[in-house]
Design a protein around this ligand. Structure first.
Ligand code: SF4
Length: 323
């Protein structure tokens, strides 16, 4: 039996972390939008993920997750101005990164500039928006499937309308593409549907909040780099801070629900077949070779190219994004 065939037997993991002590199923363990995205991207990748394989020694906290963490602290403290800046920047100090110390300092310095300028630029957030939850976990039942997730933020606007905020840190912002694609963005609609099921009321929309990751080139002095970056932001803040308000109506959400249920059933059939016929399971979870380097290199490229899991380990949690 090859290593990959053995993996199939672990479709039924003995202990999936997150307190799941049951075989993987959509009914007992459930699915997040990110795990579902893996199924849609590459079935083999999904298979590895539900078996909790992950590359060893991957950098855990890079710029994007650092910014995400800072935004969480910021909106949880529910105020802007100097107090927020001090609180948020203090949370950078114990931040541990697994990369070279200088690179850590550069990333921290960029994050410090970006978040403090963000607080100044979006001062109105703390006067006009009332945050009801930040990084709120949800677990809802859609027919007999469990959908799980963590919303970046949920707030009310000045007239009481309910919104989600979704934070993104992009190096490149393609406005034309986003304006079209966000009208049917999977993550936004997954969370909007979950909200509708949980609260029985439609969201007004999603505020898609993008902070551009600046290009810094070769850094000789971190202090000069920070000054230079601040100057660039002051000159053209709208280049770095971009927002889209995306409203979704009931018809769109209901159509999304129909599509999602159809796809969940398809996934469920595959899981049942694979669990009943482990010898054929790799066929049900076939590779999608066109997804290996679509935008970024898949973390399972080594596993797929060598046919073994050297350099990988099994993480504790089924859904690390919810921990
Ligand atoms: S390397 Fe390619 S085939 Fe293998 S899991 Fe990733 S996307 Fe799928």
């Amino acid at each position: 039996m090859t290593t990959f065939e053995k993996v199939i037997n672990q479709i039924i993991p003995e202990d999936c972390g997150n307190n799941f002590k049951v075989p993987y199923s959509l009914q007992e363990v459930g699915i997040t939008q990110s795990l579902f995205g893996q199924w849609k991207t590459c079935r083999r990748k999904f298979l590895f993920s539900i078996n909790r394989w992950t590359p060893r020694g991957i950098m855990k906290f890079e710029y994007h997750s650092m910014m995400h963490y800072l935004l969480e602290i910021l909106y949880a403290c529910k105020k802007g101005g100097d107090v927020a800046t001090t609180t948020v920047l203090a949370s950078l100090d114990p931040y541990k990164l697994n990369s070279a110390p200088r690179e850590v300092e550069i990333q921290k310095a960029i994050a410090e500039v970006m978040i403090s300028e963000y607080i100044l630029y979006y001062g109105k957030d703390f006067k006009e928006k009332r945050f009801e939850s930040v990084e709120g976990l949800f677990e809802i039942l859609l027919e007999n499937y469990i959908l799980r997730g963590k919303k970046d933020g949920r707030f009310r606007d000045k007239i009481g309308g309910r919104w989600h905020i979704e934070h993104k840190n992009y190096g490149v912002i393609d406005t034309d593409y986003l304006l079209k694609h966000l009208s049917f963005d999977f993550q936004n609609m997954f969370y909007a549907l979950a909200d509708l099921v949980e609260f029985n009321k439609l969201l007004k929309g999603v505020l898609y909040n993008i902070i551009r990751k600046p290009k810094t080139g070769k850094v000789t002095s971190i202090v000069d780099m920070m000054k230079d970056l601040r100057k660039k932001i002051h000159k053209d803040p709208r280049h770095y801070f971009v927002r889209f308000e995306i409203p979704y109506n009931v018809r769109e959400i209901n159509q999304f629900k129909t599509d999602l249920l159809f796809q969940l059933r398809e996934l469920e059939i595959n899981l049942i077949r694979a669990q009943k016929q482990p010898k054929l399971a790799l066929l049900y979870f076939y590779k999608n070779e066109s997804a290996c380097n679509a935008g970024y290199q898949c973390e399972f490229l080594n596993a797929c190219s060598t046919g073994n899991f050297n350099g990988y380990c099994r993480r504790k949690d089924m859904f690390p994004e919810l921990v």
